[in-house]
Design a protein around this ligand. Structure first.
Ligand code: NAD
Length: 251
């Protein structure tokens, strides 16, 4: 039976590419989407057409009780979709950035970013511990902005820095069960993130290109392929690590 991974925010962007790469590598995929059911269905249909299996579940971290509901639905999807009891991996990919200078950031913006990027993955991982197989994997998603500064991203970067610290604690405390926990830090990637600025605004793409040793922003596909590698057995001795996938940004 294939291994099964849960990926949050799998209907677009980096999460979608992760789902497609992992499905191609033989993983069964359970993905979440927050609002766009049609996009989620298209991802699942594409995976099925390529010979894989994907189930998509709605999850909006901002809704009270959403984590408990998701955990129940994941267990049901495991049984009904895959005939399985356990998840082999969890990728905490869903995340948002609110572009605002530090001096202008509102409490509402801060709370939204904190909830989605830190509190939700913290408690989703905790609640899924009984469902996660011994020897399983957790991969958190941070950002290059936890290491270098980008104007207007103080709240966002603070949550991603916290996710990196959390990763080391999780790796330490879950090692007894053979669960390895790592964090991937993408650089600037052309997706919808940040209003699609890296993808759609030539000045932003050009500024990024100057910061990146390899001379351009990344593509979602380049994160999906890296994540499939990190979750593979080839990375079995990598634990508690921060893996930056940025083409060499701000070296
Ligand atoms: P994106 O905006 O295309 O996708 C974000 C995903 O998060 C979507 O699938 C969305 O449904 C989900 N999401 C948003 N709010 C949610 C909520 N309240 N509850 C549940 N799910 C929610 O952006 P992306 O570029 O694909 O970003 C994916 C991850 O990668 C994020 O954690 C982001 O911080 C990180 N990242 C992105 C970049 C980049 O340049 N694109 C760089 C570094 C890190």
């Amino acid at each position: 039976m294939s291994r099964i991974v849960l990926i949050t925010g799998a209907s677009r962007g980096l999460g979608r590419s992760m789902a497609e790469h992992l499905a191609r590598a033989g993983w069964g995929v359970i993905g979440t989407y927050s609002s766009n059911r049609q996009a989620a269905d298209e991802v699942a249909a594409g995976i099925a057409a390529a010979g894989g299996t994907a189930r998509m579940l709605r999850f909006d971290a901002a809704e009270p009780g959403s984590i408990g509901t998701l955990v129940d639905e994941v267990q049901q999807a495991l049984r009904d979709g895959f005939g399985a009891e356990r998840l082999d991996a969890l990728v905490n990919n869903a995340g948002i950035g609110e572009l605002a200078l530090f001096a202008d950031t509102t409490e509402e913006q801060f709370d939204r970013v904190l909830l989605t990027n830190l509190k939700a993955p913290f408690f989703l991982t905790q609640r899924l511990l009984p469902v996660l197989a011994d020897g399983g994997r957790v991969l958190n998603v941070s950002s290059g902005l936890a290491r270098f500064t980008g104007p207007g991203y103080s709240a966002y970067a603070a949550t991603k820095g916290a996710v990196e610290v959390l990763t080391r604690y999780q790796a330490q405390e879950l090692a007894a069960r053979g669960i390895r926990v790592n964090v991937v830090a993408p650089g600037a990637i052309a997706t919808d993130f940040g209003g699609g600025a890296v993808r759609d605004v030539p000045q932003v793409a050009e500024a990024v290109a100057h910061q990146v040793a390899l001379g351009r922003a990344g593509e979602a596909d380049e994160i999906g392929s890296a994540v499939a590698a990190i979750l593979s057995d080839d990375f079995r001795w990598v634990d508690g690590a921060r893996i930056e996938v940025s083409g060499g940004q701000n070296l």
